[in-house]
Design a protein around this ligand. Structure first.
Ligand code: SF4
Ligand code: SF4
Length: 163
């Protein structure tokens, strides 16, 4: 007799085991990783800004040209299981980071809620939080846009269930 599991794929598979559709659906659409980041030359520490990549739709929180993103933005990091393990700046809310760390998705993840709007309602996405696009500002102004919120979870979002 074969027992069928009712557990969703993100609880039973590692990042390496996911197929393309599962991998793509794991992105919650928060847009946090599409914010411009600054690196300290001395310490190599990464700081987020509230400046969006020029391809980021700051309301939809998705890439405007996802299939061609790397041709258009050469420093766009393509996430793979290897890059998820290698980079240390993914937000604590990022589903790829959560799964890689052996954790579960939060209630607001669209795969859990069944609703793509919950990532915005929970205050996790960058909707209404992006101050400018990278091509709207001179480089010397970027430092004035450093923010810490992309590396934090809003209190309501940190709960394990919707209240
Ligand atoms: S931070 Fe993670 S979950 Fe959010 S948009 Fe980027 S890849 Fe997707
Ligand atoms: S090119 Fe698209 S996916 Fe890459 S950082 Fe910019 S908005 Fe995000």
């Amino acid at each position: 007799m074969t027992l069928k599991t009712t557990e969703p794929f993100w609880r039973t598979k590692t990042l390496d085991q996911m197929d393309t559709a599962e991998w793509e659906s794991l992105c919650d659409g928060c847009g946090r990783c599409c914010l411009v980041k600054l690196q300290d030359e001395d310490t190599e520490a990464i700081a987020y800004t509230d400046i969006g990549c020029r391809l980021l739709d700051d309301q939809g929180c998705r890439c405007r040209d996802y299939p061609n993103r790397q041709a258009q933005v050469p420093d766009c990091v393509r996430l793979t299981p290897e890059t998820v393990r290698a980079i240390d700046w993914l937000p604590p809310s990022c589903a790829y980071r959560l799964i890689e760390e052996g954790r579960d998705l939060y209630w607001w993840h669209p795969l859990v809620s069944g609703d793509p709007e919950t990532v915005h309602a929970a205050g996790v996405s960058v909707r209404d939080k992006v101050d400018a696009a990278e091509d709207e500002l001179p480089l010397e102004d970027y430092i004035d846009h450093m923010v810490r919120w992309p590396l934090r979870l809003p209190r309501a979002a940190a709960r394990r269930t919707r209240s």
